[in-house]
Each structure stands twice: as structure tokens, then as C-alpha cells.
Design a protein around this ligand. Structure first.
Ligand code: GLA
Length: 363
């Protein structure tokens, strides 16, 4: 009897200890979030809506990320709908969430051709305003918004997407450019710096991996820096896909922007499971199958691995990587470039579970 008891005790101890030995990694993995895995490298951010912060996605954000970007709430149109009217509710709720949870905020954005309120370019009779009036309005807008979040927002995308996508055109032919000339870009940085001298100020753009566009972005940022404009960083959006960028494109991109001596942030990362397209179009009959197949998943895993390998390589120059949306539950890519075509671009699935790509990038 005594022997059986001793043998039984040994067996129990053996089973328990092998369970403990085989599970600590899993336990550690469960506690750590992306922000912890990359703590030695860069801040890990995510674009959020005020609504998401009231769902189960809030817990995931706090666990996985240490930076957030308001997806829309701080853009000029939503936050400043009429000349004498600001709409603070959404932006304030995001700022409060970040403060409560000790998460940093990247402000997005202060000057952009898209999602700008119509009133800003016109007067009461509908005519286009003068350069003086538009710059004054830009200054008022930037001063008011930056001041409100001073001390809460550590970095701002000051000017978004000012470069043209047309190969033979330098700056985008936007109302900002048509009314003010190139000067509006430097002015926006000056106004932001005056409002909060401690905030890091970024120029932010997409398709930075394309050699022609990249050269233009580089030229703009370099010219601002050389002219003594207060610019501290360059934001590379990183809306990529399973078929691009190549490793060579990535390396060239980070090498060239690193040479500017400014900090780099990847500001809007997502990897579509469809081949990259730049223009909106209708869904075609043969595009009914939008299942996240093992093939799509494998291709996405490879692209995520490639991107993070290069990010790590340039970790001295990259200070933050932000994902554009939280999980595959919903993202802007469900409606762009093809309306209603479900995409799966992120590291968390529809049930907020970590995807294969997650485990590959944290390896
Ligand atoms: C651009 C903008 C973002 C967002 C995305 C699409 O990248 O910078 O604010 O609008 O397009 O969601």
C-alpha cells in the first residue's frame, strides 16, 4: 500500500511538472502583446475609431498596442465641420482612452486634400478664398487642434499626401496647392510647431515604395529640412499587399529615407490578401469568393515576415509601426479598392484571435 502511495505521488509530481515545463511559453505568450515583443525595437500602434473603444476590441488594444492613431476623428472635415464650429466629442474620447491606459497618440492629420471641409476653401458666396485667408484659416485650425491635445499627442502627421501620383507631376494638384502654392506645406509645420514645440512633426504619404514617388517624397522632405522647417519625421503609410513590396523595394525605401537623418514611422500598415490596386473599381462577377484561404494566408504570412525583418533591420531609424485598423472584423480595405470585397489585412482575425502572421512576426 505504502509503495503504491509513493509511486502514485511520484506519478502525480511527474505529470504536474511536465505540464508546467511544457506550458510556460504559452503562458508567457498569452500575457505578452505586440508592444512587449517589440519593446526593444519600436512602438506598436493601431488606428482606432471611438466606437471600437467601447467594444471588446478595447481590451485587445490595451494588451497589444502602446500607441493609437484616430482613424478619422481628428481629420479636418470631421473635427472642424464649419468655420466657427469644432466637433471634439470623438477625438476627446480617444484622447481620454489613451490617457487612461497610458497609451501614446499619433495625431492624424492637420492638412490634407481629402476629408477637408468644403467651407475652408470658399467664402460665403461660394468663391475661392485668397491665399492670405486660406493660410489664416489653416493657422487657426492647426493652432486650435494642436493646443487642445498638447501634452497628450506626442506626434502629428502635419501634412498628408501632398505628393502627386502622376509620374511627371511633383506636388498634388490640390486646392491647397492651387490657392497657396507650395508654401502651405512649410507653413503648416510652422503653425504646428508654434502651437506645441514639443510635438514631433511628420510628413506622411503612401506608395513610398514606388521609386518615382519615393524620390519626390524624399525631395520634399529634404527641401523642408534644408530650409530649416520644423519637421522631425517621415511617415510611410505602408498600405501594402501580398504581392508587393519586394524585399529590394523595402530595403531601398528604408535606406533612402534613413539617409535624411529624421525618424521614420510606418504609420498605416496593412497587408491586403488581394494583389495591389491603386484605384477604386466595381466588383467583378468572378470575385464572389472572398474566403480567407490557406493560400491567401500563406502569402500574407510571407509578406508580414518580410516587412518586419526589414523593419527590424532599420530599427535605429524606425521609431514606430502602426497598423491601420485593429482586426479582420472590419477594415477600410473591405471597401477599397473594390466595394464590398472582404479583406483580411491585419494580425487579428474576426474573433480577435492572433493569426499565423502574428506568431511569425513576433518570432
Ligand atoms: C490614407 C489616409 C488615412 C486613411 C486611409 C484610408 O492613407 O492617410 O487617414 O483615410 O487613407 O483609410
Amino acid at each position: 500500500m505504502k509503495k503504491i502511495l509513493i509511486a502514485g505521488t511520484f506519478l502525480l509530481v511527474y505529470i504536474l511538472s511536465s505540464f508546467i515545463i511544457s506550458h510556460p511559453l504559452k503562458k508567457e505568450g498569452d500575457e505578452k502583446g505586440l508592444k512587449d515583443y517589440f519593446a526593444k525595437y519600436f512602438t506598436i500602434g493601431v488606428a482606432v475609431s471611438p466606437r471600437a473603444l467601447q467594444t471588446d476590441e478595447a481590451g485587445l488594444i490595451v494588451k497589444e498596442f502602446n500607441s493609437i492613431t484616430p482613424e478619422n476623428a481628428m481629420k479636418m472635415g470631421p473635427i472642424h465641420p464649419r468655420e466657427n464650429e469644432y466637433y471634439w466629442k470623438d477625438a476627446d474620447s480617444i484622447a481620454a482612452f489613451a490617457r487612461r491606459n497610458h497609451i501614446r497618440i499619433r495625431g492624424h492629420n492637420l492638412c490634407w486634400h481629402s476629408q477637408a471641409p468644403r467651407w475652408i476653401f470658399t467664402n460665403a458666396t461660394g468663391d475661392t478664398v485668397s491665399k492670405e485667408i486660406l493660410l489664416q484659416r489653416l493657422k487657426d485650425h492647426i493652432t486650435t487642434v494642436v493646443n487642445r491635445y498638447k501634452g497628450t499627442i506626442y506626434a502629428w502627421d502635419v501634412v498628408n499626401e501632398a505628393i502627386s501620383d502622376k509620374p511627371d507631376e511633383y506636388l498634388r494638384n490640390s486646392p491647397w496647392l492651387r490657392i497657396c502654392g507650395e508654401e502651405y506645406i512649410a507653413k503648416a509645420f510652422q503653425y504646428a510647431h508654434e502651437a506645441d514645440p514639443d510635438a514631433l512633426l511628420f510628413y506622411n504619404d503612401y506608395n513610398e515604395i514606388n521609386p518615382v514617388k519615393r524620390e519626390k517624397i524624399y525631395r520634399l522632405v529634404k527641401s523642408l529640412k534644408d530650409a530649416g522647417v520644423p519637421i522631425h519625421g517621415i511617415g510611410l503609410q505602408g498600405h501594402w499587399a501580398i504581392n508587393e513590396p519586394s524585399e529590394e523595394e523595402l530595403n531601398k525605401t528604408f535606406k533612402q529615407f534613413s539617409s535624411l537623418g529624421l525618424t521614420i514611422q510606418v504609420t498605416e500598415l496593412d497587408i491586403s490578401v488581394y494583389a495591389k490596386e491603386h484605384n477604386a473599381r466595381e466588383r467583378m462577377a468572378e470575385e464572389q469568393n472572398t474566403v480567407f484561404t490557406p493560400e491567401k494566408e500563406a502569402a500574407q504570412v510571407e509578406m508580414y515576415k518580410r516587412c518586419f525583418a526589414v523593419f527590424k533591420k532599420y530599427r535605429k531609424n524606425i521609431s514606430s509601426v502602426t497598423f491601420w485598423n485593429i482586426s479582420d472584423r472590419s477594415s477600410w480595405l473591405d471597401n477599397f479598392p473594390v466595394r464590398g470585397r472582404k479583406d483580411y489585412p491585419l494580425l487579428f482575425d474576426k474573433n480577435l484571435q492572433r493569426k499565423k502572421a502574428y506568431w511569425e512576426v513576433v518570432k
